[in-house]
Design a protein. Sequence first.
Length: 209
Amino acid sequence: MDNDRKEDFVRRQKAAFEPLKERTENSITHENANCNSVIAPLESPEFYEELKTKPTTYYKDMKELPDCAARKYIPDIARRYIELERRIKVLESTLWALPREDRSLEEDRFEILTELLDKACQGFEIWDEHVERNIKYGHRVVLEARLLHLIESKFNIIEEICAKFDKLKGDQHGVNNEREFLRYEIRHCDLMFTEIHESFLKSYLDLEW
């Protein structure tokens, strides 16, 4: 049964990331109808190296930047999506390597951790839905970065729990608290995905958000 679930999980993740692979296969590019061409890196390599040191929240206040100023950040956003995708296989391997027995507390914890990973990865579906829309670059930078930050934060939670997985062995109370926490994180994903999706649509329709 474990193998069947793993194959299904991997299949769904692969389907979610195919558009990302296609977008960035040869070089970091970005399509947008605001400019009838492919946007390649517009600044020096040093500029993009410096951006690598910035947290994703660096982009949170760029909504009102004009296209000519905001478009240079698109390659860095694309790079971050590529790196985030690469974390998936690592997380999958870590989760499936967790020690657990059937119908054990550890099995329950494994199940909800995979639920959180699956939920977080739905953020890539939102990205894919809006990637080709005619949206101002400043809006796109903010919303794609917000989506990145949300996915990253859930990935970090999964990594932290897996790193200390043995600490709750046999601790029913601790496992219950962890389950409630992870359920909240899953609900938080749903709420934020809805908000980000609606903001993308409003940008496309030239409405305020």
